[in-house]
Design a protein around this ligand. Sequence first.
Ligand code: ZN
Length: 426
Amino acid sequence: DDRYRTDLFQVRRGEPLAVIRPASTEDVSKALAICYNHRQPVVTQGGMTGLVDGAVPVAGEIVLTLERMREVVEVDDVAGTLTVQAGIRLQEVQEIADENGFFFPLDIGARGSCTIGGNLATNAGGNRVIRYGMMRDLTLGLEVVLADGTLIDSRVKTIKNNTGYDLRHLFIGSEGTLGVITGAVLRLHPKPISQSVAFCGLESFSAVTDLLHHLRSRLSGTLSAFEVIWQNAYRAVIEHVPTVRAPLAPEFPYYVLVESLGGDSEADGDYFNTVLHDALEKDLVTDAVVARSRKEVDGIWAIRDGIPEALLALRPVINYDISIPLADMDAMARRVNETLDAAFPGHVTLDFGHIGDGNLHISTTVGEDTKNHQSQLDDIIYDLTEQLDGSISAEHGIGFLRRPFLGKSRSPQELSLMRSLKRALD
Ligand code: ZN
């Protein structure tokens, strides 16, 4: 089966020596102990939807897939927790939470294929981080098997647990380098009762950041998405995604998708309109469309969700995922585009991102031979990121693709500490 040899984006193909498909944590433990004793390298696989080439086998590796470990261990509707095996799909977790009167807020485009184990190993983010945090913030306990087969069961359900090191954070975001995550206790949130969504056109980036402050203050904690789409990305969606209907003319330099999730179906919509109206009065927003039905909510979200489809149409594309302090975000986008204009006239670049979290996605194509220019493009983006004290990977992780650039966001001392931890756990 080809699914163990490559990932969704087929960046690379690898031939595994063998594929292990354990049905239980005990199986994982036994398999890893055998591999450990034979010094056999192992790569762990989830839904294979990662973007940084982290799960495709390299020569001589055995694939360990958790695809058979998809059980729900427990729903605790008093504590508001969901205990699962790591191979369960994200969408299934969202549905189980919903069926039980709760909300699991992590949401990414790959929800139907990606697994909770993969979400944990990469500390997945997405569109609602501004309110609910990343996967790290949605996890109370973990079950992990170490390289030598040792089982670490820390599936606690309590939020407070100051008994020494918080071991779960060692493994969340470690991309399979420190152990295999086999199970987790997830933190559920109350199901939102109201959903208010607007799509806004703005004239300047200072208006974007002022709008963010305005909404954070006035919506006091219910702001659940603040997705910024630069004009170049908005135009690409309108052009390449036929199902998207443009609610605003493509004349603004910036567009913001705003969402608020609240607890009062009667009052929330009116209050959201008032807050938005004030933003228009203060000239933060120049034009805005507020969704008045479920269908219009979906229509506005379809613009943001349409970006990957636009990118498919523009292939070959290289995708970057950086964090930049908010004050320098616009300068970053500008400098990248100016540098690309000079080096690659005719390039098509899309800027968009979870700007409330300081996360900018830059996707660029310089023509059919884009891949041949990858290292030049990497240098342009990552040198600018480093100059502005940003992170070269905000939410996608490192994998093999970003490995050469880790040193641009981490000091030699940090890298040395990471190596010590890896050695200790190997
Ligand atoms: Zn993203």
